[in-house]
Design a protein around this ligand. Sequence first.
Ligand code: SAH
Length: 398
Amino acid sequence: MKNNVTLTVKGKFANKYKSGYPLISKEAILNMNEGMKEGTIIHLIDEKNRFIAKGYFGKQNKGYGWVLSRNENEQIDQRFFVNKLRDAINYRESFFNSPDTNAFRVVNGEGDGLGGLTIEYFDGYYLINWYSKGIYHFREYIINALKELVTFKAIYQKKRFDANGKYIEEDDFVAGERGTFPIIVKENGVNFAVYLNEGAMVGIFLDQREVRKKIRDAYAKGKNVLNTFSYTGAFSVAAALGHAAKTTSVDLAKRSLNKTVEQFSLNGIDDDAQDIIVEDVFHYFKYAVKKQLEFDLVILDPPSFARSKKIVFSAEKDYKNLLKEAISITKDEGIIVASTNSSSFNMKKFKGFIDQAFRESNRKYQLVEEFSLPKDFKTIKEFPEGNYLKVVFIKNLP
Ligand code: SAH
């Protein structure tokens, strides 16, 4: 940690960094050295040798590291991380005190001034996600800071240094007392099973909390609901608890069947009355058209990228076509919940895909609800890419 490297920000990028942009990118740096040690402290200066910010080197798909401080005299030490974590924890006070929700994000990367790191809370269990070897280099400081600030049942971690999960260990226990999984967490009074010992995905994506609540409280009643890319069926559970007539969950992964049954039963829902289908959604759409199945509410929440046997799906390239498939099996006046977590396009472009899909289907539509990340997924205006979640409820007009 003694290693310091000074990097010069190119003229046309200097103002951006001076006004708070946090991601250290290759294109912005005059003298980037890709071979430097992960965790190296970086001092960013402008072409006139004036200090801009300090950060760390950590390779991620997103860039080469993150700014940590704009104060030249700040030391990146134990105290630094305690202060950052304390601010982050205080910002989530209402979540810690919530009587009906005990699963939320405590640290959201650059939104909390700690790019490359997230920490989530699951009923007394903390899960740290490290997104680069660079940030992992500071693990002792960060884990000690957490231990100092909170009481916990246990701390777990995921080393998500690369997108293929090469560094993920099934049971990456850090401190406390090992849990027995699943642990059952609560979100707006709904139960969800969470496994911190099964790889990167733990059973629930916390960023959709408000969308699930909205579906349950305002859109599900009496409806025939199709939930595509359903994973553990969290949206189906929300719809069923909102008194949907029936839910159909479709996911390619075999594990999704048992996991979805589990989530239903944790909430007292008879899974025999629901359909859970393990299949490629694109096949399912064809099947549904052939059988003339139609739904009142269709939920689309695909990954940004997915590779199945035959199809490569990229949200940026293929979302429009996914919507067209959905439109073809949505009833008149029905609702499509279109969601994407792709950070490669913004809401405006997403709405462009929606518009195109309806035009090409010769349909009219109305946008009825819009969601982005919830409060605990804190973002900063200087880094709009960080606000990746886009959810739009669309009414299919006759
Ligand atoms: N909507 C879910 C999260 C989706 S995660 C939720 O709210 O919890 C993405 C899911 O898409 C994964 O479970 C993966 O198995 C599934 N998936 C990816 N490609 C698919 C395809 N072509 N057909 C069906 N499911 C697919």
